[in-house]
Design a protein around this ligand. Structure first.
Ligand SMILES: Nc1nc2c(ncn2[C@@H]2O[C@H](COP(=O)(O)OP(=O)(O)O)[C@@H](O)[C@H]2O)c(=O)[nH]1
Ligand SMILES: [Mg+2]
Length: 328
C-alpha cells in the first residue's frame, strides 16, 4: 500500500476497515476509492480495490436472495413431519403449540397476537413432530405466504373454539382453504379434476373443552359434523386429551418407525428411522445409507407379519415398530 495517500483517503480507508455490515463496507470502499488521486503510482491499488468492491457487491446480491428465501413463512421441515396449526383468531392455536412443544408463542385474550409463524417440536414417544403456530386465517386478508406454508405442510390441525362459535369457525376455515385449492385428503374421491389441488390430511381440534361441563356442547358438534370431519376435543389449558392428540397426529401423518439392527447387535430403540406407511425394505435401506441401497444382499425382519428374523426381499413392506437387519 503506497504511503503517500492524502489524509481524506486514509480516513476513508479506516472507516472502510471498521465497517460492520456489507452495505456499510460498500459505501466506505466507494468513498475510499474516489479519494485516491488518479495517477500511475495508484493504478494497481485502485484496480485491486475495484475488484474488492465488485466482490462485495455480488456478496450483497446473494445475501438479498438468501434473505428472501428466509422469510418467516418458510420453515424447514424438522423431525418426523411438519404440522400446520391453523384456524381463526383466539381459538387457542398458540396455547396448544405452547402446551405441546418447546416453543413459547405469545398467548393472549385479544385477537391477532400472532403475526408470524412459530415452529416448535412436539415429542411423541421416541420421535419429534414439528408443529407450526400460525397467524389467524380469516376472510379480511388471506396472507398468500400463510397459504403456501399450509400447502407445504404434511398435516393440518384446524383449531376451533368450543366456547365460541365452533360451527361457523369450522365451516369458514374449510371454505377458505378450499378456495385456495387446499382440500382435505379424506374427501379426495369427490374430486375428479385433481391437478391443481393439494390434498392434505386434516384433523379438527375442538379446543377449550376444559372439563365435563362442556362435553354436551361437544356432543352437539359431533352430531352435526362427525360424519364429515374427524373431531378431537382437547383443552390447552387443562391438558385434556393432549396425549390422544399426539397419537392422532402420528396416525394421520401415516408414518412408521423402523429400527436398524447391525448384525450380531441389538437395535437402538431410541433412534427409529421414520418412513411413509407402505415403505419397503429397499426404501428403508436407502434411508440408512446409500451403500445399503446399492449393495443390499439380504434382509431379516423382526416385527409384524413375519416370524422372528425372517429373511425378506427388497420389496417386503415394513410396519411400525419393525426391526430390520440389512446385510451387504
Ligand atoms: N378456557 C380455555 N381457554 C383457552 C384455551 N386455550 C386457549 N385459551 C385462551 O384463549 C385465548 C386465546 O388463546 P391463543 O392461544 O392466543 O389463541 P390464538 O389466537 O388461536 O393463538 C387466551 O386468552 C387463552 O388463554 C383452553 O383450552 N381453554
Ligand atoms: Mg396465536
Amino acid at each position: 500500500m503506497p504511503t503517500n495517500l492524502p489524509p481524506e483517503a486514509l480516513e476513508a480507508e479506516q472507516r472502510y476497515r471498521a465497517a460492520q455490515s456489507v452495505a456499510e463496507k460498500i459505501a466506505c470502499l466507494e468513498e475510499f476509492i474516489s479519494a485516491i488521486p488518479k495517477h500511475k503510482g495508484t493504478d494497481k491499488l485502485r484496480a485491486d480495490l475495484r475488484k474488492r468492491l465488485s466482490k462485495l457487491k455480488s456478496a450483497a446480491q446473494s445475501q438479498k436472495k438468501v434473505s428472501r428465501q428466509e422469510s418467516a413463512f418458510r420453515i424447514d421441515k424438522e423431525g418426523a413431519g411438519q404440522v400446520a396449526v391453523v384456524g381463526p383468531a383466539n381459538v387457542g392455536k398458540s396455547a396448544l403449540v405452547a402446551a405441546l412443544t418447546n416453543a413459547t408463542p405469545e398467548v393472549a385474550d385479544y385477537p391477532y397476537t400472532t403475526w408470524t409463524p412459530t415452529p416448535g417440536m412436539m415429542p411423541m414417544e421416541n420421535i419429534q413432530i414439528q408443529l407450526i403456530d400460525t397467524p389467524p386465517l380469516n376472510r379480511d386478508y388471506v396472507e398468500p405466504e400463510l397459504i403456501e406454508l399450509i400447502r407445504r405442510s404434511d398435516l393440518i390441525l384446524l383449531v376451533v373454539d368450543l366456547q365460541g362459535y365452533p360451527i361457523q369457525q369450522l365451516e369458514d376455515t374449510i371454505a377458505l382453504l378450499q378456495e385456495n385449492r387446499i382440500m382435505p385428503h379424506h374427501l379426495k374421491d369427490r374430486y375428479t379434476e385433481r391437478r391443481l389441488l393439494t390434498f392434505l390430511p386434516l384433523l379438527v381440534l375442538v379446543n377449550k373443552n376444559d372439563d365435563q361441563s362442556t362435553d354436551e356442547d361437544f356432543e352437539v358438534l359431533c352430531e352435526l359434523f362427525e360424519e364429515a370431519w374427524p373431531l378431537l376435543p382437547v383443552s390447552a389449558t387443562t391438558g385434556r386429551n393432549l396425549e390422544r392428540l399426539k397419537q392422532a397426529v402420528f396416525e394421520r401423518l401415516e408414518i412408521i418407525r423402523v429400527y436398524s439392527k447391525p448384525p450380531g447387535k441389538e437395535p437402538d430403540l431410541n433412534a427409529p428411522f421414520v418412513l411413509k406407511k407402505g415403505s419397503t425394505v429397499e426404501e428403508f435401506a436407502g434411508k440408512v445409507h446409500q451403500d445399503f441401497l446399492e449393495q443390499l444382499k439380504s434382509a431379516r425382519v423382526w416385527g409384524s407379519g413375519v416370524y422372528d428374523g425372517q429373511m425378506v426381499g427388497r420389496d417386503h413392506v415394513l410396519h411400525d415398530g419393525d426391526v430390520v437387519e440389512l446385510r451387504i
